[in-house]
Design a binder for this molecule. Structure first.
Ligand code: FNR
Length: 182
């Protein structure tokens, strides 16, 4: 099995981005196992704690280390990544020299109720992932403007065109993961 660490950048109960991640899971190869990491319990990052990271932080880092690849599905907050996502990224990059993101192939996509579909948040996230040395799939890009009608009752993508487009993305991501996973 290929373990995929899924990080959703929203804590909202009915998050579109969480629903998008779950819809993507239905399009993934059978040997991909999605593990949804909980970033809601991570404390605010404080460099003083690097000497003794909290148990919840160590568990989060271990889950990333144990995975073969990363999948980020995030909203855009004020034209950037949500603070909770940046907090999680910072935690697992530290202490210095113990960055667990390094070398993990990554995919980035996002959904928004706004017209630009998280384009700026994704660009900021790509910048961060480049620095963290996580090889990130470049194309195709996925910028989704969504509403409740985007998802069918069973959680899949309702519109056939969108579903095909996301299947194409998933196929490219699966090939990327196979190429870059350790
Ligand atoms: C937003 N939203 C938003 N949308 C967007 O396209 N660009 C943006 O910069 C922002 N900024 C923003 C800031 C804050 C603080 C909030 C709460 C929201 C709207 C956003 O797309 C919408 O709330 C989505 O539903 C968030 O994704 P989830 O939580 O449904 O996954």
């Amino acid at each position: 099995m290929t373990q995929i660490a899924v990080i959703v950048g929203s804590l909202r109960r009915d998050s579109y981005n969480r629903r998008l991640a779950q819809a993507l899971e239905k399009l993934a190869p059978h040997d991909f196992q999605f593990q949804y990491l909980d970033i809601s319990q991570l404390p605010l990052y404080n460099q003083d704690d690097d000497k003794q990271q909290a148990e919840v932080v160590l568990q989060f880092k271990q889950a990333i280390s144990d995975s073969q690849a990363l999948l980020f599905v995030t909203p855009e907050y004020n034209r950037s990544v949500p603070g909770v996502l940046k907090n999680a990224l910072d935690h697992a990059s530290r202490p210095y020299g113990k960055n667990v993101w390094a070398g993990k192939p990554a995919g980035v996509l996002g959904a928004s109720i706004g017209a630009i579909g998280t384009a700026l948040a994704q660009q900021h996230l790509r910048n961060i992932l480049a620095y963290l040395d996580a090889p990130t799939l470049g194309q195709p890009e996925v910028f989704l403007k969504v509403d409740d009608k985007f998802f069918a009752e069973d959680g899949s993508v309702a519109n056939e065109g969108s579903r095909k487009f996301l299947q194409g993305w998933m196929d490219a991501y699966a090939a990327w993961v196979k190429k870059h996973a350790a």
